[in-house]
Design a protein around this ligand. Structure first.
Ligand code: ADP
Ligand code: MG
Length: 344
């Protein structure tokens, strides 16, 4: 059975006073997920079109799932030749490599062969054989992605492939926020398949209240609420994309890589965590960090988030919740079956 996000992951509950007659938010399927943008009182068709056109443009650059994307051209040329990069792809690859190094390889943009092999969240997910997994793992190593001084990029070994699923939606959210700044939109909510950006505050200047999804229940219930404004919040979790194998085991979509302590290499991360939510002004950083922290676990993940100036909330299978320094200050527990560990 394949489970995919059917609607934008509405773990985001916003208690904003909703004036009758204001323009409706817009939802489109792009970047492999449902993207929802709510511009509130600034919601002109022209601005919505501009924002969704930018998302479509980024999909043509960053998607690993379409043959005509710029990223696919880079992948096709693995071990053949260096490929010139658009400024967008270069920015995302540079940041991905930064976090690959900072996370000791827990987040690795060259994870493409493993993602394709498992095919989780796509058409034919399956549990591959040990040999297949080993062969895919042999092609994963961010050190073999070379960003050249003249602007090109080269994948050094045959069969290598980049996958930006862990970071691209964050970059896209930041690009939308650039447009919101430029057009002086005072408040907006961006939800790119659970990758949230709350722009501005509420009309009365009080913070937004954002719900964090209960990872044990994908029906939109939440564990707690965070009060915040002008920030991105991104969650990586076992419930985001998964399939249930014939062995009745649930396999989710974030893979443990060798030497990172995240579980058996090449298999879904298995470290007692159910989800990690990261808040940061840069949605690209929050996105990369949510995946990296989920893989690294609490101690190393917390240190990484803190070094990057972000806040992270970790939810464990034993129903405990822990935060990086200051992360639980604005967090209110709603589901009392979970337990908050002492605040840092
Ligand atoms: P989502 O795509 O559900 O928002 P994430 O941001 O956590 O969740 O990214 C997960 C995606 O990142 C996977 O679907 C896959 O494309 C890719 N991925 C899986 N494992 C890794 C990894 N160890 N490092 C980098 N990217 C990964
Ligand atoms: Mg991510």
């Amino acid at each position: 059975m394949v489970t995919r996000r059917i609607l934008p992951a509405l773990f985001c509950l916003l208690f904003l006073s909703c004036k009758a007659g204001r323009p409706a938010p817009k939802i489109e399927f792009v970047l492999g997920t449902f993207c929802r943008i709510d511009l509130y009182e600034s919601g002109s068709p022209r601005l919505y079109n501009r924002l969704f056109a930018r998302l479509a443009e980024l999909d043509r650059i960053l998607s690993a799932n379409r043959d005509d994307s710029e990223l696919s051209a880079l992948n096709r040329n693995a071990a053949l030749k260096a490929v010139p990069l658009s400024p967008e792809l270069r920015t995302v690859l540079e940041r991905a490599l930064f976090f690959a190094e900072a996370s000791g390889g827990a987040l690795d943009p060259t994870v493409g062969p493993l993602v394709k092999l498992w095919d989780i969240g796509a058409k034919n997910p399956r549990v591959p054989s040990e040999d297949e997994i080993q062969a895919a793992l042999d092609m994963v190593n961010w050190r073999d992605l070379e960003l050249q001084a003249d602007g090109g990029a080269l994948l050094r070994r045959p069969g290598m492939a980049i996958d930006l699923g862990a970071i691209a939606k964050g970059y896209a959210a930041d690009e939308l926020v650039k447009i919101l700044k430029e057009t002086k939109v005072p408040r907006a909510l961006i939800d790119l398949g659970g990758n949230i950006y709350v722009w501005g505050g509420k009309k009365d200047n009080t913070p937004w209240r954002i719900g964090i999804q209960n990872p044990l229940d994908d029906r939109g219930s939440y564990v707690g609420i965070v009060e915040t404004q002008s920030i991105s919040m991104v969650t990586s979790g076992v419930y985001e994309r998964f399939f249930t194998g014939q062995d009745a085991v649930r396999y989710h979509h974030i893979f443990a890589l060798p030497g990172t302590g995240a579980g058996k290499p090449g298999y879904p991360v298995s470290n007692g965590l159910l989800s990690v939510t990261v808040a940061a002004a840069s949605s690209m950083d929050a996105d990369a960090l949510s995946t990296a922290c989920f893989s690294l676990g609490y101690e190393k993940g917390r240190a990484l988030a803190e070094a990057a100036g972000a806040k992270a909330v970790f939810i464990f299978a034993d129903k405990t919740i822990r935060g990086s320094a200051g992360a639980l200050d604005a967090f209110t527990l709603m589901d009392k079956s979970f337990r908050m560990e002492p605040k840092l």
